[in-house]
Write a protein that binds this ligand. Structure first.
Ligand code: NAP
Ligand code: ZN
Ligand code: ZN
Length: 386
């Protein structure tokens, strides 16, 4: 355990293990202090989570920081449909290893590690074998709100918590030269933007457009710049123009300004669209060169305006989506960030500020990622809620 950090007390009552959760663990499960939602309308409240006893391949992590992703807002507020409540969100986790299972030899107590959006997958399908666990054909197990088939179909609970237990295959090594709080958002916002940039093969001389300057968007700017691209930011917020330039953008276009959009006609190779709300994509297609591509990363709860096929056909434009990134690619991204000194711009918040932070995120009032400092979570109650 990291000295000076609150450590969940050993469990007073043994947490019953699900039947197929493994039997021979010599380690006990522990309770974690957490914040999560118990309904779609009640905001985030203090909760206690039962973490499983680390099995042979498990790594237990004392969480230090967890980023707040807009997906956490969509999920806890029920914007993506019915959820399993209580629900502890958080998939941008950074912390130190506290205990490891008997077969873990690649991580040791004290190691600085991370966990992103994936905590399990089938490990057998073509996507898993290719290191693309996010596209697991049987469905990946998300870090929160997902049925955990290898652990008795319990529901996974995320990183707004003092600890978590994750199979070693889904744990990332965090470079020690980077600020751990500012690394946390790399585990979702970083990899989600790195993956399509890398898939498209962005290199020096390419022009990359980034739509929406929030958590994902600001990482797209930093990563595309580090790959050598020229970057143009499209924003709806006049207040972000100078901040975008400070981040390294070469140009900023106000996307509601029709003249500015017309002036950007045929100027961009690849667009990374990170907007969290429905919006018309057709004006953005017009800013692409022939053979350009637009990757949509945002997942709004309401339907998007229709795409005009003519806009795609006339320039052989590809309209694509992309889901986070695989485990090996996430490690590659972390190592790339360590080499290029790339981290997120963060505002650290305490547990009592989470609900306000969600409202501010929805209002676009964050530069650019909130990160929870888990030392502000209160001690876990004696019985688990989740
Ligand atoms: P965020 O920090 O809230 O940023 C979203 C940005 O979208 C805002 O800063 C804003 O930028 C722009 N925007 C324009 N109109 C908006 C509106 N009406 N409401 C909200 N935002 C608006 O969100 P994020 O964490 O970057 O996530 C962005 C989206 O990606 C979310 O839908 C999230 O669920 C999704 N996501 C997808 C993946 C994936 O794997 N594909 C992974 C993580 C997150 P401007 O002010 O510059 O216009
Ligand atoms: Zn996320
Ligand atoms: Zn699979």
């Amino acid at each position: 355990m990291t000295p000076g950090r609150p450590v969940p007390p050993p469990l007073a009552l043994q947490i019953p293990l699900a039947e197929d959760a493994g039997t021979a663990s010599p380690l006990e499960g522990r309770l974690a202090a957490a914040r999560g939602a118990v309904s779609s309308t009640g905001g985030l409240v203090p909760l206690t989570v039962a973490r499983r006893a680390p099995k042979a391949d498990d790594v237990e992590i004392a969480i230090e920081f967890c980023g707040l992703c807009h997906s956490d807002v969509h999920a806890t507020r029920g914007e993506w449909g019915t959820q399993n409540y209580p629900l502890v969100p958080g998939h941008e986790i950074v912390g130190r290893v506290s205990r490891v299972g008997s077969d873990v030899d690649d991580f040791a107590p004290g190691d600085l590690v991370g966990v992103g959006c994936i905590v399990d997958s089938c490990r057998e399908c073509e996507s898993c074998r290719e290191g693309l666990e996010q596209y697991c054909e049987r469905g990946m197990t998300g870090t929160y709100g997902a049925k955990d088939a290898r652990n008795g179909d319990s529901i996974t609970q995320g990183g707004y918590a003092s600890s978590v237990v994750v199979d070693r295959r889904y744990v990332l090594r965090v470079p020690e030269n980077l600020d751990p709080a500012a690394v946390a958002p790399l585990l979702c916002a970083g990899i989600t933007t790195f993956s399509p940039l890398s898939h498209f093969g962005v290199e020096e001389g390419d022009v990359v457009g980034v739509v929406g300057l929030g958590g994902l968007g600001h990482m797209a700017v930093k990563l595309a710049k580090a790959m050598g691209a020229e970057v143009r930011v499209f924003t709806t917020s006049e207040s972000k123009v100078s901040a975008a330039l400070e981040l390294g953008a070469d140009a900023v276009i106000l996307s509601r300004d029709e003249d500015a959009m017309a002036a950007a006609n045929r100027s961009i190779d690849l667009i990374i669209d990170t907007v969290a709300a429905p919006h018309d994509l057709n004006p953005f297609f017009r800013t692409l060169h022939r053979d350009g591509a637009l990757f949509q990363l945002g997942l709004p709860s309401d339907a998007m305006p229709p795409v005009n096929p003519g806009a795609l056909i006339r320039r052989r434009i590809a309209y694509a989506g992309s889901l986070i990134g695989g485990i090996a690619e996430t490690q590659e991204m972390l190592d790339f960030c360590a080499e290029h000194g790339v981290v997120s711009d963060v505002e650290i918040v305490g547990a009592d500020q989470l609900n306000d932070a969600y409202d501010r995120m929805v209002a676009g009032d964050v530069k650019y990622r909130f990160v929870l400092d888990t030392t502000t979570l209160q001690a876990p109650a004696e019985r688990a809620d989740a």
